[in-house]
Design a protein around this ligand. Sequence first.
Ligand code: CA
Length: 225
Amino acid sequence: MIKLVLMDVDGTITDRERRVSTEAVNAIRKAQRSGIMVSLVSGNVIPVMYALKTYVGIESPVFGENGGIMLDGDSVQPFFDITKPRQFFDTLLSMGLAQGILTNRWRETSMGYAPAKGMEDRIVKMAAEYDVEVANSGFSWHILNRGQDKGFALSILMRKFNLKHDEIAVIGDSFNDLPMFKDGVVKAVPSNAEPELRKIANLVSERSHGKGTAELLLRIVRSNQ
Ligand code: CA
């Protein structure tokens, strides 16, 4: 019996152009009506997660900044500090290795950047010296604290709602979703997911992106009945 579905946003509940999929929204609402908790975890910022939660009608807590910060009802709870990510970000800027991104003005626990051409690998190697991690969502690059990943968000929800691994399904399409693909959880991916994710998935949709995720959610709802 699945009690919680934790999902990525970009490429998972959107189409390939990042527009929210109406099929995915309808499936989220249907899953919630069936009694399943639905939560989102994204590299994006809390104001964006607030908007998704409000306008899609998501009842459970949602996470921004790759799990670094949670919106639960009216309370916003950061779990990490922005000091180290910001220090590394400032270094990248001063060395001309990267540029900032729009959403940095709303960040509380991480920083986003666009690498200068050909500098991707050099930045990844430098991150270790600064005791931070970098992750690429496929849509943007993020500087994060160690341990700040989607698996962390999953562990918060498991503790909060007293859930076991086999009561949880996760849906995502990129490498930054791997930390929530824990042993024992149902791993579901839309067909556009990276081959490495498709290989370890329990469920792969026929359609891609948000339409695929809608299909996965409806399969999960049915499997509970
Ligand atoms: Ca994604």
